[in-house]
Design a protein around this ligand. Sequence first.
Ligand code: NAP
Length: 480
Amino acid sequence: MAPHTGLFINNEYIDATSGETLTIRSPHDDSLVADNVQVASSADVDKAVSAARAAFKGEWSTWTPEQRRVVMIKFADIVEKNADELAQWETKAMGQPISVSRSIIGFLTAAFRYYSGWTDKIPGEQWPENDGSYRIVQYEPIGVCAGIGAWNGSQIFFGFKIAAAVAAGCTFIYKPSEKSPLGVLQLGALIKEAGFPPGVVNILSGDGRVGAALASHMDINKISFTGSVFAGKKVQELATKSNLKRVVLELGGKSPSLIFDDADLENALTHSSQNFLFNTGQACVAASRTFIHESIADKFVEQLKARFEQFKHATGDPSDPKTFLGPLVDEKQFDRVMEFLEIGKKEAQLVTGGGRHGDNGYYVEPTIFLNPGDDARIYREEIFGPVITLRTFKTEEEAIKLANDTAFGLSACVFTSSISRALRVSKAIESGMVNVNSSQTFGMEAPFGGWKQSGVGREGGKQGIMHYLESKTISINMNV
Ligand code: NAP
């Protein structure tokens, strides 16, 4: 069936007033996936904001927490029924292996189910009399919110942002990436089917201009952005210069992984290969800077090389359930990664990979570089592809120093069999998340987000919903 390609506003799909459209082609074989994907104009952005504001002030504001919970769970159930079809749109548009797209739909449903439980679990506070005043603190929905997403896990970003927002009683306008908007656009019909009132969730397709119009809009109270540091800084600037709307930024990473000589080597190798290459290495939390204790380095590098080379046999058509590595999302990302591969060959020792995989599609070989220098671009900059850099260390102190020597601070891994070392190193690492003997873990109940230039604010857990609420302190004069 042809996918929905219109803007989703007030529970209806409509054409954009811009007259502009996007065409989506498969990065696997350049076949046409969809054309006529509408590009929202600034007038369309205004229309969506008005719809979200009317819903926020209108029917949605009268819904009880239980009504919100029920509609959220119903939406998750409907998404689950449609999961196979929804997953296909990510696979077709961005080349995400179908097994990955399917698992990512699970995060969307998990987010709605998790946050449905929070609709009635944000109590206020009361403070005993202090200097003649009795104080009540209550938490109220922040209002009309917007979200902008990257393409590498569209359904997760939709889930994290919108589930927390609607649980808090907010309304929402979401812009998916122009590279993979189809899966998210299909969710509009399911929002309506679940019974959300018109205007509560709106979806606007388009490019960065739509994102900028949302970030600078005077009637949006909060924006949550997932994407690069470059665009995230622009969003923060636009938000500040317009109406000082609240901002949460989920940005890039260059996450370290520390492998100590007492680590379970099999486990460390699995996480540094299979988990690192999940989603073809296009994951913000991928541990692309891996540090190995020098006493186990030769063995580790040799075995990691063998594992990376095995994955060449599981590279190909992303719609095949057996495929593990798909193409990169598009020509631009492919060119960027290929450029890094050429740079890397001058900056470090190439262990395996280093080129294009096959002759068709935007496929890149899983690649390992060894011993890049401190200033190497492949070591400093986020590549966002199946490319890992390895270095060695002698002491725990040196390992921590190397791990923290980055502008990013999203995630980190520590592989060791010593619990005291695991705790010591976790404490010393400057990042929002640390995985001990694991990687890329994800739990709805815990905050997700980065330190330093990897972000501002958090999604997930209680912190995630608190970012959609404003506190109000009511002081009562006890002397009147
Ligand atoms: P991107 O180029 O920054 O784009 C992200 C989103 O921002 C897209 O929807 C994009 O629109 C929009 N955008 C671009 N310029 C904008 C502007 N001036 N104002 C407002 N919006 C604007 O990033 P990407 O290439 O899609 O994604 C890869 C990056 O996302 C990596 O750095 C990765 O680490 C990061 N990421 C972070 C997380 C996290 O949770 N921390 C998760 C996933 C990805 P169009 O692309 O449609 O033009």
